[in-house]
Structure formats: structure tokens, C-alpha cells
Design a protein around this ligand. Structure first.
Ligand code: NI
Length: 149
């Protein structure tokens, strides 16, 4: 079913996100090309924050942003956190049936979509920010991983 296809696709995207994150030297993790954008480290934290918001919204109609917990930790610690979060997200999503996935819900940021549509949007959001990570890597002389895992 569509949820299975989504989870398979999201896992593939995530595997490449993790490779891209691990490619950045820790000394460059706070790099940002211009002052008004996320740093590399913040991009990674933001991808995780969106996962928490969207999965909470889709599974429990709770679109709460996770509490800010100060400066994000180093990249390996973020990746460890990301792995746990992703496993938890997938377990929560597995509880949704086809009827629930097709039901239109509205997020507080004004978008109304079937729950399944929000999940694809979450994957697209990750790909969008990962593209920024690729640019940051190039600017630091690092060759990013191939885009497909
Ligand atoms: Ni974003």
C-alpha cells in the first residue's frame, strides 16, 4: 500500500541525508553561506524538527514544535538522535490505516492535505533541505554523496 511505498522511499532519502551529514567535517558544522540562513548543523536539526511536527500531526493531530534545547549537539550525536527518531516515527506511522491516511487534515501553517499527502510533503521537505546541505558541502570542498541511496 501507499504507506509502505512511502516508508521505503523515505528510508532511501534518509540514508542519503545521513551520508551527506556525515561527510561534513565537524569543524565546519556551523558554516552558513550567508548570515540569515540555517547553519549546516541547524539544517540537520531542522529536518528532525519537521519530522517530529509532521509525524505528530499525521498520527495524533498534534503539530507541536519540539521544545528548543539550545545549540544542537555535534553531528554524530545528531545522527544518533535522528536514527532513534526515525525508528520511532515509522513505528507510529505503522499504526495508521488506509482510511486515516486518506482523511484530509489541516496543519496550523495553513496547508490542508490528506494525511498521506503530508507524509510525502515531509519527504520533499527533507530533500529540499538536503539540497542546501549539498551546496554547503561543495562550498567547503567536500564532494556530496550520490543523490540516490
Ligand atoms: Ni524547512
Amino acid at each position: 500500500m501507499e504507506l509502505d511505498r512511502f516508508l521505503e522511499s523515505w528510508d532511501r532519502v534518509r540514508a542519503v541525508t545521513v551520508k551527506a551529514a556525515a561527510a561534513m567535517p565537524e569543524a565546519e558544522a556551523d558554516f552558513r553561506p550567508v548570515p540569515e540562513v540555517f547553519s549546516f548543523r541547524e539544517l540537520l536539526a531542522h529536518i528532525m524538527g519537521a519530522e517530529q511536527v509532521f509525524v505528530g500531526g499525521v498520527t495524533a493531530d498534534r503539530w507541536d514544535r519540539p521544545p528548543a534545547d539550545g545549540a544542537p549537539p555535534d553531528i554524530p550525536a545528531l545522527l544518533e538522535r535522528m536514527e532513534k527518531l526515525h525508528a520511532d516515527s515509522k513505528a507510529r506511522l505503522a499504526g495508521l490505516d488506509q482510511a486515516a491516511l486518506g482523511q484530509v487534515v489541516k496543519a496550523p501553517f495553513g496547508v490542508g492535505l490528506p494525511r498521506m499527502g503530508f507524509l510525502w510533503l515531509l519527504r520533499d521537505h527533507e530533500v529540499h533541505h538536503r539540497g542546501q546541505m549539498y551546496t554547503y558541502l561543495r562550498l567547503k570542498g567536500v564532494t556530496p554523496p550520490f543523490f540516490a541511496g
